[in-house]
Design a protein around this ligand. Structure first.
Ligand SMILES: C[S@@+](CC[C@H](N)C(=O)[O-])C[C@H]1O[C@@H](n2cnc3c(N)ncnc32)[C@H](O)[C@@H]1O
Length: 223
């Protein structure tokens, strides 16, 4: 957090901006000075959200620092000096979550909250590659295979964050009756690089013969 209680927040894959606005409101109500940006591919939607943000800014102080930028997560860059302290990605589709995590690591963001969604990338790779001996039964049922892809994807994501010095938890952020996609990767930049996590990633990707998108985003090696 910068001096004066300024908190730079970005919500990557913000969709209708509900969480973006709620986060901005929450930080304002805590007496902080949020500078919040929502990013999404849907430019028409974001035009409407910017109009709403403008109306809020006319009415209440603090809302002039909320805006929505149209574009892809991979291409979005903060203004120099406004690198996000907090990165949120709620159900950003498939590897868009990896784009968000890689960007957050690059910006050295202090808090990362990502709820992944539709992990198709590794699921497709699992279908193509040889399964490690002894694990064949995990591939027998479609739903189990799908969830295996989810779990491998998010395990690698969590360990890659840990390998980059983030204290990382994987939690359920809401009860399962609201959404089956209720897993959240929560990471705070308060650790030192976890070398064991890096070698766990090495081990997992070589055993399963997969190449998780986040590994590619971060470069060849996980440490
Ligand atoms: C399932 S919606 C979630 C929206 C919002 N975060 C929420 O939870 O209500 C996923 C959003 O991510 C956006 N998205 C997907 N890939 C993206 C990318 N590469 N760059 C920017 N936005 C992306 C989609 O346009 C969509 O609005």
């Amino acid at each position: 957090m910068a001096d004066g209680g300024i908190v730079d927040v970005v919500d990557l894959g913000c969709g209708a901006g509900v969480l973006t606005m709620a986060t901005h409101h929450h930080l304002l109500s805590r007496g902080l000075t949020p500078r919040t940006v929502g990013v999404d591919l849907k430019s028409d939607l974001l035009d409407r959200l910017n109009a709403s943000a403008g109306r809020l800014a006319e009415r209440d102080p603090g809302w002039e620092e909320l805006r929505f930028d149209a574009g892809s997560i991979a291409d979005w860059q903060p203004q120099s000096g406004s690198e996000p302290d907090v990165v949120i990605a709620l159900h950003a589709c498939d590897t868009a979550t990896d784009d968000a995590l890689a960007a957050a690591i690059d910006w050295e963001s202090r808090v990362i909250l990502a709820a992944p969604c539709c992990q198709h990338d590794l699921q497709a790779q699992l279908d193509r590659h040889a399964i490690p001996p002894g694990f064949e039964s995990l591939m027998k049922h479609g739903i189990v295979r799908e969830r295996l892809g989810d779990l491998l994807t998010d395990t690698v994501r969590a360990d890659l964050l840990a390998s980059r010095g983030y204290r990382t938890d994987v939690i359920e952020f809401v009860a399962g009756e609201h959404t089956a996609k209720n897993l959240m990767i929560r990471a705070t930049a308060e650790g030192s690089p976890d070398l064991a996590a890096a070698s766990r990633v090495d081990d997992l990707v070589s055993r399963w013969g997969v190449r998780p998108a986040l590994l590619d985003r971060l470069g060849a090696r996980p440490s």
